[in-house]
Design a protein around this ligand. Structure first.
Ligand SMILES: [Zn+2]
Length: 392
């Protein structure tokens, strides 16, 4: 069930399944933490700044070191560097300088006007819709990279003066699980993105970024899925075509009539892959569609197994007293998966509750960093959320 108030892909169903509700193993404790929704609306607004195309030693192109420094694990996307090269050419051929600023670090000024014309023409010239889409993604990523270079900390995506890295405590994720952050380019390098916390805490091999529309990233993710096998891939998304499974349905088969399909978490040596769609609710439908299309190419069936979290208002409310935050945040979705798996007898020995706590601690650190920044910049921390795209 989707909450109409929520704009994020990872909304949680509101019913606690009865067996979980009364499980003696439930040990979710009340933690009196307050996470204010409005703080997370502190976007990436900043003063205008010129792109630094000369500090990489290779004409502004993204090196592998820089690319992976931002949290990516793939090779440098060829199309991203092609876009950067075009931007640099345009700058050389005009008097306008490449200036970034405002919310989301977008191009500004005269250069933006000229670049707009150029990229629209390029977009039109691409015949294939998939190519158009990949160009759109690569351009977004390239602009965000250039606008953030030398300004944001590569690890935490906060302005360097607000870097929170020293306060994040790393934690090992149980090797039986791997998270994939399938991220929309518009969420890449966003200060208030929470998906990034997962690889800050667990490392990039346990929680891996995959940028939507970047073929190098998508290929890497799908190769891992092929390797793991179809029964080891779950998308955390309320699939409208069928009744979504809860973690308990999916992994214990207790409520499944077809016991032959019962999945054992401990089978095989490949981890269970959870895809978390990291984008706004309006973008997530297209992102899920692309996942389904790719599933069809790989496995011949469009259906991508989906789960929804049973951990709804009640449990999350106990965890944190601000459910509006809980239900709309990518990191909280990961916390939900870990917390629900922890309740399964076969998972109880893997310390997933501690791993969920580690993500929650990082969330609190991020919230505090964003609050400090807003206060320092003289902005209200209680302003009304002007648009609903506030946290992710
Ligand atoms: Zn940092």
């Amino acid at each position: 069930m989707l909450s109409s108030a929520s704009n994020r892909a990872l909304t949680f169903t509101l019913q606690f399944s009865s067996s979980l509700k009364f499980s003696p193993k439930t040990n979710i404790q009340c933690r009196p933490r307050r996470l204010h929704r409005s703080i997370m609306s502190s976007g990436s607004r900043s003063s205008p700044r010129e792109a630094d195309l000369n500090d990489t030693g290779c004409g502004g192109a993204i090196t592998l070191e820089e690319w992976q420094g931002w949290g990516c694990v793939s090779p440098v996307p060829a199309m991203v560097n092609a876009v950067i090269q075009d931007l640099k050419l345009l700058e050389n051929n005009t008097d306008a300088h490449m200036v970034f600023g405002g919310i989301g670090g977008k191009l500004q000024g005269d250069f933006k006007v000229q670049e707009d014309k150029k990229h629209r023409a390029k977009y039109q010239s691409l015949g294939d819709s998939n190519k158009k889409f990949q160009f759109f993604s690569a351009r977004q990523i390239a602009c965000r990279l250039l606008g953030s270079r030398g300004y944001l900390c590569q690890k935490c995506w906060l302005p360097t003066e607000d870097c929170m890295c020293s306060q994040v405590k790393p934690c090992s994720l149980w090797h039986g699980i791997r998270f994939w952050l399938y991220m929309h380019p518009k969420d890449f390098l966003r200060q208030n993105n929470t998906g990034k916390l997962l690889w800050q805490v667990f490392g990039v091999q346990a929680a891996t970024l995959c940028l939507y529309g970047i073929s190098e990233d998508e290929e890497l993710m799908w190769n891992a899925f092929k390797d793991a096998g179809r029964d080891k891939v779950w998308c955390l998304y309320p699939n409208q075509n069928m009744v979504p499974k809860t973690v308990q349905d999916a992994f214990t088969g207790q409520s499944s009539a077809d016991t032959e399909c019962t999945y054992s978490l401990t089978s095989g040596d490949k981890p269970l892959n959870f895809v978390l769609i990291d984008g706004t609710w309006s973008n997530s439908a297209a992102m899920f569609r692309r996942l389904k299309e790719q599933a069809k190419l790989v496995w011949g069936e469009e259906d991508l197994p989906c789960i929804s979290l049973a951990t709804g208002a009640s449990a999350m409310h106990k965890l944190r007293p601000q459910p509006s935050w809980d239900r709309t945040c990518t990191a909280a979705a990961a916390i939900g998966v870990l917390s629900e798996l922890q309740l399964l007898p076969e998972c109880s020995i893997h310390g997933l509750d501690k791993q969920a706590d580690a993500v929650e601690d990082a969330l609190v650190v991020l919230l505090e960093a964003l609050t400090t920044r807003r206060l320092r910049m003289g902005r209200s921390i209680t302003r009304k959320v002007r648009h609903s795209r506030d946290i992710c």
